[in-house]
Design a binder for this molecule. Structure first.
Ligand SMILES: *Cc1c(COP(=O)(O)O)cnc(C)c1O
Length: 458
């Protein structure tokens, strides 16, 4: 018999998680204004709110925490990170930042002005927030296949070159400071972008003189999908694929809380020395000196080690198979999920799951609340609440998909936990026809409302 693959690690430390009763959860979620972000973690049994900063670190990363060099300038931990960014990711210049959004803030402070546009594939919410805060526009050029959850296109994060060229033709070069490729594409379901597409976007952008940047939070998971699904890359190592991918970019922003395998941190990398200097000035006022950028030396060391580990095939194989396992289990139960299953999360189609809940009553949020009440499992709405209001008309923007995201933290939960999640969702699915109403907003902030919005039952 052929030996199956298994995790390339064993577990050295465990952490208690808390069970609760349905009655307790019903009370807690009401007190939380029906916003899952408002629940304290001891009220959650399995936490799939995000895969951001929620992973477990390896013993070698913890060793880096002890070895952290806390020198203000020229820290040895910084030099370790510099070596990985230069040798493994292939960029000569970088700034550490406290998170991905801080890297976005610096890059957009340097490049983006009112009225400009940033084309890309379904920009991440904080990215869009930073763009719109500067009165500029994010233009989504994702391929149409991404919006059909049953379409089995292997690279649903791809950019539609016709849509992109349309943006290039209808704007001047000065209006488009960059094109942003998000790998993997979080907002369209953790879906990868093919190397072929990255190359084509780079070629097209070169013709119009537009630099290509990556939002690289899940760059390693994207590289895994390229290896698995793109014939020419099957025999290449993840590190080779990563290097080629990044070779087409002028730089990247990265939330290191994803494939950096750390609990906090971000990066901004670039090829251009002058851009590095400009960004360095913003980095110093917003984040800290250019060699630490809001992080401790120990954080930089753990990140250097994390980037080396997340670009190893056996780790990625175990990671992505666990997510796929959950997705397949849900499909076995007949639950409508985004296909193919993405890299870091399973996305449940709330419009198909809860057809009786009106669109204006936030079906994906409603489903998230039902799943929490059922089993203490916390997912997150990727739908109308997240899409926010149109900045000009202040009307709700209804995105093409209304999804409940179940994000799987890295190296944290077991396969039994996956079975539990699937069973909880199956129970909700069995009583889906009884769920006929959702929620309405009681209070919301100006932007990024999903984090703090308060709701009541409709
Ligand atoms: C998480 C994330 C960000 C923002 O990073 P933070 O570290 O949360 O500030 C940006 N883009 C993508 C694709 C992300 O997943």
């Amino acid at each position: 018999m052929e030996l199956p693959w298994a995790e390339p690690y064993k577990i050295k430390m465990t952490e208690e998680i808390f069970t609760s009763s349905r009655e307790e959860r019903e009370k807690w979620i009401e007190e939380a204004g029906f916003n899952l972000f408002n629940l304290s973690s001891d009220k959650v049994y399995i936490d799939l709110l995000t895969d951001s900063g929620t992973g477990s670190m390896s013993d070698k990363q913890w060793a880096e925490m002890m070895l952290g060099d806390e020198s203000y300038a020229g820290s040895q931990s910084y030099l370790k990170l510099q070596k990985v960014i230069q040798d493994t990711l292939g960029f000569p210049y970088f700034l550490p930042t406290h998170q991905g959004r801080a890297a976005e803030n610096i890059l957009f402070s340097a490049l983006l002005k009112e009225g400009m546009v940033v084309p890309g594939n379904s920009h991440f919410d904080t990215t869009k927030g930073h763009i719109e805060f500067r009165k500029a526009h994010a233009i989504d050029c994702t391929i149409e296949e991404a919006f059909d959850i049953d379409d089995l296109h292997p690279f649903k994060g791809n950019i539609d070159l016709n849509k992109l060229e349309e943006v290039y033709k209808t704007h001047s070069k000065e209006q488009i400071p960059l094109c942003l490729i998000t790998v993997t594409c979080n907002s369209s379901g953790g879906q990868p972008v093919s190397m072929e597409n990255i190359k084509a976007v780079k070629e097209l952008s070169d013709q119009y003189g537009i630099p290509v940047f990556f939002d690289a939070a899940r760059f390693a998971e994207n590289a895994y999908f390229i290896k698995e699904r793109e014939a020419n890359y099957k025999d290449k190592s993840i590190k080779e694929i990563v290097k080629e991918m990044f070779s087409y970019g002028a730089g990247f922003t990265m939330s290191a809380k994803k494939d950096g395998l750390v609990n906090i941190g971000g990066l901004l990398a670039m090829r251009d020395e002058e851009l590095f200097r400009t960004c360095g000035n913003f980095g110093i006022i917003y984040e800290g000196y250019i060699t630490y950028g809001g992080l401790a030396g120990r954080d930089l060391g753990a990140l250097a080690q994390g980037l080396m580990e997340s670009t190893e095939y056996p780790y990625l194989q175990a990671r992505i198979h666990q997510v796929e396992y959950l997705g397949k289990k849900l499909m076995e139960y007949g639950i409508p999920v985004q296909q193919p299953i993405g890299g870091h999360a399973v996305f449940v189609d709330a419009l198909k799951f809860l057809p009786n809940v009106p669109r204006a009553e936030y079906p994906a949020q409603t489903l998230g609340i039902e799943l929490y009440k059922e089993g203490g499992v916390r997912g997150v709405e990727i739908g109308t609440l997240l899409a926010d209001r149109d900045p000009e008309t202040r009307e709700d923007r209804f995105p093409k998909l209304e999804l409940l995201r179940l994000a799987i933290p890295r190296k944290v939960y077991s396969y039994k936990h996956m079975d539990y999640i699937a069973a909880a969702l199956k129970n909700v699915y069995e009583r889906r026809n009884e769920i006929r109403s959702g929620y309405e907003i009681v209070w919301e902030p100006e932007i990024l409302r999903h984090f703090t919005v308060k709701l009541k039952k409709k």
